[in-house]
Design a binder for this molecule. Sequence first.
Ligand SMILES: [Zn+2]
Length: 162
Amino acid sequence: MGRIRAQTIKFIVIHHSAANDAYSGAAALKAERQHRGEGYNFIVDDDQGPGNDGKYTAVQDAPDNEISNGVYGVNSQAWNICIDGNFEHQQPTADELHALVQVIATKARAWGWRKRDISRIVTHQYAGQYLSAERYGTACPGRNVISRMAEIRQRVAAYLPG
Ligand SMILES: [Zn+2]
């Protein structure tokens, strides 16, 4: 795949794995992902611990400067992050949301994003419908993450300069 420069990253796109139990866990997801040829730059997972135990795994799946394969038609402008789970059916845990916010905030800061840039943090569903010329639909990253997007953006904004 091609390369992308930090200045070219216009969107941080959030996905879920929609994995069944056979593919739970970030490492297993990475292996499975390579099978399917789909791609994310980062995968976060709450380690399946009981409840919200504060533990999570954050795995760099592809280098940040490598164009991954998350949103057809938008990949050359996007950095893709995936939460392990199916959030159409399950709720994200506090650990998963924490991991997601921490990773996104760390990257956005490094790339010079400011508070006003949080609108560039989008769901795969939004990117497919409004950013891709293909105008395609997907449930990704699931309604229980989509409904938390305002909160996720605000939590990331707290780490960014004004
Ligand atoms: Zn997706």
